[in-house]
Write a protein that binds this ligand. Sequence first.
Ligand SMILES: [Zn+2]
Length: 139
Amino acid sequence: MKNKTLRIGIFLLTVGLLLLQFGELIVLGQTGLMEKISSLLGETFTVEFLGLITQLLGVISIVTGFVLAVDGVIAVKIEDEIRGVEYRILAGVEEKINKALTQHELNIVHRIPQKTCKFCAAPLNANDIFCPSCGRSQQ
Ligand SMILES: [Zn+2]
């Protein structure tokens, strides 16, 4: 959709430039073709008039093409931005899921009953023989 707008814009820009160039050639009287067309159309359309009309069409085409091209570029940028936001949201969700999973794993680890001192109930490491708090042997 957005690329189509951009392509149409660039196409119109190109056509407009060609028309402008062609119109200039007609006005300068360098195309015998237009003189033939003009003579077929009769006196209502002079070569200069046809040249000016062609140039005018060229200018309109250029302006339209330019507007469409800019519009297309802006549309592309907006789409990229939306994609960026989507990516950031997804990254945020992923981060939250990972955090939740880590927390869940930690909870599982914490649920393993911890060894405590037989005498003072201070927490012990798995291979502590003496209590770090009261110093009494656990064996
Ligand atoms: Zn103890």
